[in-house]
Design a binder for this molecule. Structure first.
Ligand SMILES: [Zn+2]
Length: 368
């Protein structure tokens, strides 16, 4: 999250005319016609390489997409994005993916000496995000590709991070779902697993829970000792939810994945230690509708809050449903859903500066 925020901040700066031509790279994308002959090919045969981030080396797992090496997680997300683009009639292909140290040294020398690679800007060896595994140069000169990426890239965790390089996209997450190269053997996918928490880990209170969920999963709920912590139907955001525990210590957190008919598809469990974070600045209870209830469409949302919360925002599946500052009326918002069935409604209480204080979710069935 931190890194994503940082990179987005860079993008914002440059959008404001600060002229951040930094971070740069790059290989000019090769001829698109050539690249397209290799597209939609993914080989999950994995090999270990040495990646670099800020000059520090680490082991990285590389597979092959569109004939190019790419870090496995990045490749998985890209493969899902490529399939979605194809359904819209847009053909994506990778022009340059993961780079070894020797490749980056070569490109950097081209840039410094202006002797090869059209003298294109290249990051210092060890600091290119092509070496960390996140960056892919894509065929953005091909018809429709750049527009499609601008509209849809973020849904798959991909962001354009270098303003002067339309082709340079980085996978910053969250993971959009299980990809073709998930699993040790490649190709096997599990229905549900935690993406950002692992058993034995220590996490600051106010922790986010995020999962990778297989196809068919409509919503995910989180609980600890049977107590509901949150829920989400927002796949593009990793079905994420956040909870502030009233006390710190060991917690077993269970995630459950359901289909559109509320049938249980899978469960995942992590045992973590919650450590002291920011003290709670308020609480929120979603008073209406009631969790698990069935409701006719046209629902009043109401919340009971305490502490610093001055405004409540409601959403479902990433779509804003409305917001209210009417504390006396319990922050009422009336919503009519266009998509019925089981829905997860989330209320987020924010303070006067718009900073989130607490959130709650309910899972309800909306009928005509
Ligand atoms: Zn690049």
């Amino acid at each position: 999250m931190t890194r994503r925020a940082a990179v987005l901040a860079v993008g914002l700066l440059s959008a404001c005319g600060e002229g951040v031509a930094t971070l740069g790279d790059d290989v000019v994308p090769a001829d698109d016609a050539l690249a397209s002959t290799e597209q939609e090919l993914i080989s999950c045969a994995a090999r270990s390489e040495t990646g670099y981030e800020n000059g520090r080396s680490f082991a990285i797992t590389v597979v092959t997409v569109d004939g190019k090496p790419a870090e496995r997680k990045t490749a998985n997300a890209y493969a899902l994005m490529q399939q979605a683009a194809l359904r819209d009639g847009v053909r994506l292909s990778v022009v340059s993916g993961f780079r070894s140290m020797s490749e980056q040294r070569f490109l950097y020398a081209c840039y410094v000496n202006c002797s090869c690679n059209d003298c294109n800007l290249a990051a210092q060896p060890g600091s290119s995000n092509h070496q960390s595994g996140e960056a892919l140069d894509l065929n953005t000169a091909a018809p429709g590709v750049l527009g499609w990426l601008n509209r849809n890239g973020a849904r798959f965790g991909f962001y354009r991070t270098v303003p002067s390089e339309a082709w340079h996209w980085e996978f910053l997450g969250p993971t959009p779902g299980p990809g073709p190269c998930d699993g040790a053997g490649g190709g096997s996918t599990s229905v549900l697993r935690f993406e950002n928490l692992e058993t034995g880990g220590w996490y600051t209170n106010g922790l986010w829970m995020r999962v990778q969920a297989g196809p068919g999963v409509r919503f995910v709920t989180y609980s600890s000792d049977g107590f509901p912590l949150g829920a989400s139907e927002h796949r593009a955001d990793g079905f994420s939810a956040r909870y502030v525990f009233s006390s710190i210590g060991e917690r077993a957190i269970v995630a459950k994945a359901y289909d559109a008919e509320r049938r249980l598809l899978g469960e995942a469990l992590v045992q973590v230690r919650v450590t002291a974070g920011e003290p709670s600045r308020g609480t929120l209870d979603l008073e209406s509708p009631e969790d698990g209830g069935w409701f006719e469409n046209g629902i009043w949302l109401k919340s009971r809050v305490s502490g610093a919360i001055t405004r409540v925002r409601y959403s479902a599946g990433g779509f804003p449903l409305g917001e209210s500052t009417d504390a006396a009326g319990r922050f009422p918002v009336r919503v009519t859903f266009s998509s019925l069935g089981w829905r997860v409604i989330t209320a987020v209480g924010v303070d006067a500066r718009g900073v989130e204080v607490a959130r709650r979710s309910v899972v309800v069935r909306v009928s005509p």
